[in-house]
Write a protein that binds this ligand. Sequence first.
Ligand code: SAM
Length: 196
Amino acid sequence: MLHQIPILIKERMEQLEKADAKDRQDGTPRLQRLRQIPSESGKLLSLLAASAPEGEIIEIGTSAGYSTLWLILACRYLEKIVRTFEILPEKIKLAETTFNQARVDSYVKLIHGDARDHLKDAFDISFCFLDAEKEYYDDCYDLIVPKLVKGGFFIADNVISHEDELQPFIERVFADSRVDTLILPVGKGLLLSRKI
Ligand SMILES: C[S@@+](CC[C@H](N)C(=O)[O-])C[C@H]1O[C@@H](n2cnc3c(N)ncnc32)[C@H](O)[C@@H]1O
């Protein structure tokens, strides 16, 4: 899966890595920045998504589709689709470019809008990666966890980089007996919960 990343996916990943690094240095305003996960987080997401039980793969917070490309590697392997949600029109355009350029349209469904308005209809989720505004983490968690299949994964980014802001969220997830949880010191800190 990671040994044979198709060239068009690899090329788009490299373009987005360069654009993200530039954003972080040139003072691009926060909402316009790509704010992508680092590649080691992407590799971990690929491996976990490929190991998830039967069910739907979901991502909340697409940006330009960089993390989605890592999930798509798992989807190619599993012959599945990832459903990814993005609220900002400019990011949606960038993500569409990513998926066209990497020729992965058949592995992804990009949903425009606030994920919270769409998640009510979801069921049998086997994997969810949450990487959106931090004030939405609790709402998304509450919508996703009841719909996770047994053994399904819920993963949230930035729990080390934004530890102070996310502390109440982190504490309630650790106290939730529906899931087993730990924090992985990979990238910006990934909270990983597995449904019991
Ligand atoms: C940190 S960026 C995502 C980066 C992306 N996961 C990656 O690594 O390539 C967060 C994105 O979530 C989007 N977002 C924030 N709240 C959202 C919501 N409620 N529903 C859908 N998208 C949301 C933002 O517009 C932004 O593009």
